[in-house]
Each structure stands twice: as structure tokens, then as C-alpha cells.
Design a protein around this ligand. Sequence first.
Ligand code: UD1
Ligand code: CA
Length: 460
Amino acid sequence: MTGLATIILAGGKGTRMKSSLVKVLHPIMGKPMLSYPIEASFEGLDADKTVVVVGHQLESVQKTFSKDPLTFVSQQPQLGSGHAVLCTEKVFRGYDGTILILCGDVPLVRPETLTELVAFHRHEGATLTVVTTRLSDPRGYGRVVRGKSEQIEKIIEEKDASPREKELDEVNTGLYCAEASFLFPGLRKVETNNRQGEYYLTDLVEIGWEEKQRILAFEVPESDQFLGINTRVDLARAHDIVGNRHLQRWMLDGVTIIDPKTTYIETDVTLGKDTVIHPNCVIQGKTAIGRQCVVGPHCLITNSQIDDGVTLRAFSVIEESRIGRGAIVGPFSRIRPQSQIFENAQVGNFVEINKSSIGKGSKAKHLAYIGDATLGEKVNIGAGTIFCNYDGFEKHPTIVGDGVFVGSNAELIAPVKIGDDAIIAAGSTITRDVPAKSLAVSRINQKNVAQWRDRRLKKK
Ligand code: UD1
Ligand code: CA
């Protein structure tokens, strides 16, 4: 069998995005747009080589994908999609296999479609195969003009189309499979006599037709996967399509998503069976949520690990942290990076935790700030407790042993250590270490002044 290579076109600036960021780096569900066709190609095909054509912001694009086995080709200046492919000619010198052409701005294509396309192209012995689909609203896409036979005669861009051609509903998806032996010589014949003054890749169809090459359409009914992203309106539709695909997969895998319309779960997130996600949650990055968890409404979870059986109550925010099995967090808790809440611990209303670990079965249920602290098991942190970890210059640690009881409204001035089973009296300001099992009280003694109110009234 002859070789197979992929070219992904990402040279265009994406003028219609009206953005300082190059179009293909705009994220869709947390991942840059260009990563989608790259992954689809890796997944669907075993190509010898994957070449990416970049025009604008070459360095940032290259940096974003530095871990992938890609060959980058720079296109300067950007004279159209035909010119973009021609720029890769130097990396294909002496190559006479099949070349699959994808567009960086047509990201939703399924890997299976690419596999089927190559199989079709080879089975049919085509010179060039264009992937087409039918759209009820074909505006903005190139239209496919079919001949009398199964061959296609040309692709006409919207801007160059006559009113009759505009009525055609079969469109060019921007994905092609071509024989290298035709592709590069053909492209050299492309001219710029069109409304945009560009070298159109699509002109290859007419060139091939005139040369009596075998030019075929591979028509795919499921058109969602060919959405071309040209504007931010298209970008929002892409979010919708990718989001729904993933949510459906999770639901079929046993996750309850109560309201898919208001649930945003990025593509690298994993979810365990019998977990329930309530409306308005945003789950991002490499977050892994275990089995039988409940994520209450309005939670935001980023790059975190949530073990089995965890309950996250409404409006909790968790970043780069781990929540242990059976723990209960929220409502209104904020768990900041590098924190770990161990098994069966409970963190409640308006508790902020930063760079701290909360031991097994410990509780901080109301209004507290816990920063740079290590708490042992079965600790109780009373309402209003503040771990004073910052002295205006540096951060300092606090260590709290197992079984410690911290009364309400205490301040622990770091660095400080509280021994196992110690008790901190409510309202105390703790500046020195507390030995195990001791009571620490630091508050002025209460004085009661008898009959004070009556004496005060008499004075007036
Ligand atoms: C293109 C097709 C159109 C098709 C549509 C599908 C052409 C002439 N038209 O139109 O028939 O229906 O895609 O979405 O190809 N590019 C470069 N360098 C350039 C210009 C473009 O690399 O100088 C890349 C773009 O980054 C993009 C692709 O080529 O990935 C298509 O270019 P774009 O300008 O978006 O073409 P469309 O008008 O969308
Ligand atoms: Ca486009």
C-alpha cells in the first residue's frame, strides 16, 4: 500500500474572529481548536507524517503543540488555501502516496469519518476526493457542482457563486483526500481570478475535471462534524456540539446530568458511575470525579480529584485539590490549590482552605480561613476561626494534631503547633505552641458590673 500523510491548514488569520489570538488557538471546551483535527487524525489514521501549515503566530502555535509529532510549515504571506497546501511541497519531495487535507477551523470531524474517507478514496481509485455534506443553510460554504456522472465538476465559493449556484445545498466541508502526484502539479495551475484574489484549494476540482482525473465526492450525512469556525458565533455552536457529544457519552456511561443545557464539562474530565451532576456546574481541566458523588448546583471544579462518594454542596469552588472518599464540602466552600480534604472530613459554609490538608473525619463547618495548615484526624474547627498564616512579609505553617478542638473565633498566629487532643478556648489568640491535651485560653477575664444600668440612668 502507498503511504498516507496528513496536512492540516491553519495559516489563515481568522479575520472574522476579530481577535488578537490566532483563530486555531481559540479554545473549544478547554482545548485549542487545532488540537481537535490533530487528535482526530492521530486517532483515525496511521499517517506517516502530519504537517501543519501555520501563518500567523507560528511560535505560539508551535509551542502549544510542541509535544505532538508534527511537522510545521510556515506560510508567508497567506495567499489562500491552495497556496497553503503548496507551501508543504518541500516536505513532500519524492513522496507519491495519499495526502489527507484537513482544516484547523473544521475541528469537529470524527476520527471514523477520516478512516472511512481514506478507505473510500483508495477503494474508488480516486485522484481527489472531496468530503461533502448537505446543509439546510449552506451560506458561507463553497458549493459542490456535480456533473452528469458521479464525478464533481467544480466547487464554487459563496462569494463567486451565481444566485442559482447559491441554491445548491451540497457544500465543501474543507476536507479532502488527494494523490500527491496530482496535488502539487495541480496546485501550480491554480490562479487567483476570483473575488478574493486568493489561490483557492477548491480550484483543484475544476483542474482535475478538465484533465479527466477521477474527482469524487464523499458525502457524509451527519453534518454537525463539519461546522467551519469563522466567527465567535460558530465557536459557541462548536462548544454546544462538543459539549453535547461528551455529556451524552457520560450519560450513556451511567452518570446523571440533571440539566445538560446548563452543564459545562470539559473534554479531559472523567466521571464515575452513579455520580449526579446538578444544574449550572462548570467542571474543567483534568478533573477526575469518582463514583456515587453528588455535585450540587453551581459548583466550579478545576483540575481536581474528587474520590468516590463525595458530596459537594451548592456553590462550592475547588481548584487543584483532592477531596477524599465520603467527604462533604459546601455549600459555599472554597478549596484553593494544593489542598487535600481527607476521607469523611466536612468543610462547610463560607470556609476557605488554601494549601492545607484536613485530616480524616475532621470538621470545619462554618466561616473559617485555613491557610498553610496541616490538620490531623478528628479535629474540630469552630466557627469564625482564622489561621493567621501571613505576617505581611512571609507565609508560615500551622500544625494541628489529632483530636484538637478549636473553639469559635480563635486566631492561630503562625508558625504554631497545637498538640494532639488540645483544646483552644473560644475567642483565644494563640501565639505560642500548645502541648498535647492542654487547654489554651488567652482572653481577658470577664468582669460583671452589678446594677450598672440603673446607676447609669440615675446619673442622667
Ligand atoms: C473554505 C473553502 C470552502 C469550504 C469551507 C469549509 C476554500 C477556497 N474554500 O472556505 O469551499 O466550504 O472552507 O469550512 O478553501 N488557510 C491557510 N492559508 C491561507 C488561507 C486559508 O492556511 O492563506 C486555511 C485556513 O486557516 C483554514 C482553511 O485554510 O483552515 C480554509 O480557509 P478559510 O479562509 O477559512 O476558508 P473558508 O472561507 O472558510
Ligand atoms: Ca473556514
